[in-house]
Design a protein. Structure first.
Length: 384
């Protein structure tokens, strides 16, 4: 979300808020580029990555190998044709090299497609935009990192209602067919994530698990997306695909109604949890670390484990973190506990970094320096 909304304070701490995107960055990031039309840097990718090394590895083993991850937030996912509009500079190979050098093994690459999509009925994706997404993916692949490519802030047209479903499913099918074909030659270090936090934006139930209709339609949207990817065949026939719950949440109704398309064995469950909310996202309760705090977070993870362990389903925590509130020691305690509880349950933890050190940013993308290196180390060390 772009701005904190007052009504969210009424939500339970288990509500999962996604994709914080600050339009008012305070770290003075500047760039003249749009992060979509610049000349790509020299990128030599190992043949086994591009030419299709698909390992015989179970989803749970796969997720364990993903280690810890980092989100390139507020960049390719901006709700603007200018990818520096939310304050982050043009993405360079040096940035991703630094993320890898810190020990992160997975790069989640949030992508908003609607500003680079042609008109109906074909919805052709701009070739330059696909090139740019591939360039950044290659920066990570060149470091032997996993890369997650998704459909992110496209909620404006991905509306989960029965009325909108036919048109949305048609466009999702065409969008994912093009993305999947572009990356089909790549090996299994490329992961697709069908939708980010699919939900009915602006509805009363947006962050409360939606309605029965909304959850049903979100399942349908995941279904057509997975079907489109699989239909391109080749490596995409068995590629790992992350599929989220409604709004990527962990509420009881959300978990109960979650469906895996075709019961596909290579689908990985995708969830987000900024928990506890007042500490992690709102920043109004800057303290964390009591026995009660730890027990509360442990209980949420027990619920997650009960759901997906019973289904023998691998899980990725695609977004989590804590916003800055002059509380570095508490944030470090939270990050260490959170990353370790993920690791204990075989869940890959991927920190949400929006590039703003006064919010979720751990890494200064201008200077290539870690603003909070201890937090980054705690996350990485949990999965080593």
């Amino acid at each position: 979300m772009k701005n904190f909304s007052p009504f969210l304070f009424l939500l339970s701490i288990t509500i999962l808020i996604g994709c914080s995107s600050s339009e008012n960055q305070v770290n003075n990031n500047t760039s003249e580029g749009t992060d979509s039309l610049e000349t790509p840097e020299n990128n030599v990718i190992p043949n086994e990555v591009i030419n299709g090394d698909m390992r015989d590895i179970s989803p749970k083993e796969f997720v364990l190998d993903m280690g810890s991850g980092w989100n390139l937030g507020n960049t390719l996912d901006t709700e603007d044709v200018d990818k520096t509009a939310w304050g982050n500079p043009f993405t360079t190979k040096a940035m991703i090299d630094a993320i890898s050098e810190k020990g992160f093994k997975t790069l989640r690459l949030p992508v908003t497609w609607r500003f680079h999509t042609g008109a109906a009925p074909d919805y052709i994706l701009e070739s330059d935009w696909l090139d740019r997404v591939e360039d950044i993916a290659n920066y990570a692949l060149n470091n032997d990192m996993y890369v997650i490519i998704n459909v992110h802030h496209d909620d404006e047209w991905i509306i989960p209602t029965y009325e909108n479903a036919p048109a949305v499913k048609d466009r999702l099918t065409k969008t994912w067919t093009q993305i999947a074909n572009r990356f089909k030659p790549y090996g299994d270090y490329v992961i697709f994530e069908t939708l980010n936090e699919p939900r009915h934006e602006g509805s009363p139930e947006e962050w409360e698990g939606g309605t029965a209709e909304g959850r049903d339609v979100v399942n349908q949207y995941h279904q057509v997306s997975v079907d489109a990817i699989r239909a391109t065949e080749g490596n995409n026939a068995i590629r790992k695909i992350m599929v989220s719950t409604y709004a990527a949440g962990t509420g009881e109704n959300v978990l109960e109604d979650y469906q895996v398309p075709n019961n596909d064995e290579n689908v990985i469950a995708s969830i987000h949890s900024y928990s506890p909310y007042l500490f992690s996202l709102a920043g109004t309760d800057p303290t964390w670390g009591t026995d009660a705090d730890k027990a509360e977070l442990t209980e949420e993870f027990n619920t997650i484990q009960d759901k997906f362990e019973n289904d023998s389903r691998a899980v990725v925590m695609g977004e989590w973190g804590s916003t800055f509130a002059n509380n570095e020691a508490d944030r470090l305690s939270h990050a260490e506990f959170y990353a370790n509880i993920c690791a204990e349950r075989g869940i890959c933890p991927i920190w949400w970094d929006n590039g703003n050190a006064n919010e979720f940013g751990l890494f200064n993308r201008n200077t290539l320096e870690w603003v909070y290196p201890e937090i980054a180390d705690a996350i990485v060390n949990a999965t080593r």
